[in-house]
Design a protein around this ligand. Structure first.
Ligand code: NAD
Length: 478
């Protein structure tokens, strides 16, 4: 069965001794992985198929637990589960995605082919903000490729990841192939130093991403880490201003701004555009309803994750005021009757933010939108390009030339054209640039199958094809 280790990272196998004599020590593959990796990909795909059915069966239950632990609304929780489920659906294509290449008659009597083999035991370390989607982004491709997988979810909302592991078990995943360990830095360090683990996928804040990437790589592991963000949305004078304002409200304040693809910076081009935009944003933002998910449709977004997160957001808001930005929607005194001790944060909108301010430089990860006014398109593009983060960005315009130029030149991983949160679908890949990602290859899509496999290339010739005796030359196959 898929076992779940609830507390002690000491439970993580730290020895390179293979659990079965058949496993070669140098490979350090766990016994369960060896068997799972040898299972044909069609059978592994069937486990994924059944898992999708179970996710749909339990959608309401999962969403309820997710909302009660995380705080996001039920529709948002269902979106979290759905976007993970779609990656599992993509993984059902494993038999096709794992096919190698073949060259017939690469030389006299010689055939050449490649195969993709699992990397062994992989681990995923995931953040609090998508407790269903991101664990599935990691476990789906890793398992479909034939790896064993160890999931270390966020200690702040670990229940749904555990439920996902139970559903994988119910779907037919063999014993020991998936393990969940809970904990924080101590558990992560055990993963980073365990010689049995060959690859690590991380999603979280940039300082931790850098740490995990450095320590994991120096321990000889394959590592990909996805970090924080500061996503800019450029609003050109010709944009539909109502559409742009609606998009900014959804992308800036949805999930209390706790999304790595949230828009946290609006860049209107020209003062007239900025004035029109701010005028449309203020009433929309003032109307937002903040409250517990149990209030159903009466709530647009819920609390932030912890008291510390709330304190950090409000501290950054104060710094924005002190550094001279204009707070045009002030949520600082927001209080929810009956929930005075809750981590609810009112929505904030800043105008006249400049490059040097902390609210512009740092990821706030809360319901705070900063407006930086640019005089020209080039200045707006320069803002997105100069920022240290490069996860996502968007442009709102009716002009095809400008949109095309923006998509071609901006040094950011995911681009939206009149789309504020351009999260690629499961069969494309997800990943940022600059300080938003470390390592090669993106999450989900074809890249994930490359990350969780190693390529092996075989050159074969059978005795009847051997025409010559020994040759000491390194020669072309002709
Ligand atoms: P976090 O960095 O605090 O935690 C992420 C994971 O790292 C958790 O499992 C946590 O237990 C572990 N961790 C925390 N501190 C650690 C330490 N000192 N040593 C080792 N491990 C440690 O991130 P979070 O607050 O859970 O999530 C929010 C962050 O994640 C934001 O910065 C957001 O932008 C980012 N994020 C990025 C993406 C992306 O794809 N780029 C997606 C979602 C979230």
């Amino acid at each position: 069965m898929a076992s779940m280790w609830q507390a002690s990272p000491a439970a993580l196998p730290m020895s390179s001794t293979p659990p079965r004599a058949k496993c070669r020590p140098a490979w350090r593959w766990a016994a369960a992985q060896v068997k799972w990796g040898a299972t044909n990909p069609q059978r592994r795909a069937r486990v994924m198929m059944e898992f999708v059915r179970l996710l749909n069966r339990d959608m309401d239950k999962l969403a309820e637990v997710l909302s009660s632990e995380h705080g996001k609304t039920i529709p948002d929780a269902k979106g979290d589960i759905q976007r993970g489920l779609e990656v599992i659906e993509f993984c059902i294509g494993a038999p096709h995605l794992l096919k190698g290449e073949f060259t017939d008659s690469a030389g006299p009597g010689i055939d050449m082919y490649s195969m993709r083999q699992p990397i062994g035991v992989a681990a995923g370390i995931t953040p609090f903000n998508f407790p269903a989607m991101i664990p599935m982004w990691k476990m789906g491709p890793a398992l479909a490729c034939g790896n064993a997988f160890i999931l270390k979810p966020s200690e702040r909302d670990p229940s749904v990841p555990l439920m996902l592991a139970e559903l994988m078990q119910e779907a037919g995943l063999p014993d020991g192939v998936l393990q969940v360990i809970n904990g924080d830095k101590e558990a992560v360090d055990a993963i980073l130093d365990s010689p049995i683990i060959s690859g690590i996928g991380f999603v979280g804040s940039t300082p931790i991403a850098e740490y995990i990437y450095g320590r994991g790589c120096s321990n000889g592991k394959r590592v990909q880490c996805f970090g924080g963000a500061k996503n800019h949305m450029i609003i050109m004078p010709d944009a539909d201003m109502d559409q742009a304002a609606d998009a900014l409200v959804g992308a800036g304040y949805g999930a209390a701004g706790e999304r790595c693809m949230a828009i946290s910076v609006a860049v209107p081009v020209g003062d007239e555009t900025a004035d029109r935009l701010i005028e449309k944003l203020i009433p929309r933002i003032e109307k937002l309803k903040v409250g517990p998910y149990t209030a159903g449709n009466d709530v647009d977004y819920g609390p932030v994750v912890t008291a510390a997160a709330k304190a950090n957001i409000l501290k950054l808001v104060e710094s924005g005021v002190a550094q001279g930005a204009k707070l045009v929607v002030d949520g600082r005194n927001f209080a929810l009757q009956g929930y005075e001790k809750g981590f609810f944060v009112g929505p904030h909108l800043f105008d006249h933010v400049t490059r040097d301010m902390d609210i512009y430089r740092k990821e706030i990860f809360g319901p705070v939108l900063s407006t930086v006014r640019a005089k020209t398109y080039e200045e707006a593009l320069g803002l997105a390009m100069d920022h240290e983060y490069g996860n996502g960005t968007a442009i709102f315009t009716r002009d095809g030339d400008t949109a095309r130029d923006f998509a071609a030149r901006v040094n950011v991983g995911m681009i939206g054209i009149n789309v504020p949160i351009p999260v690629p679908l499961a069969y494309h890949t997800f990943g940022g640039w600059k300080k938003s990602a470390f390592g090669d290859l993106n999450q989900h899509g074809p890249d994930s199958f490359r990350f969780y496999t190693r390529t092996k290339t075989i050159t074969s010739r059978w005795p009847s094809g051997i025409k010559e005796g020994a040759s000491l030359n390194f020669k072309p196959m002709d």
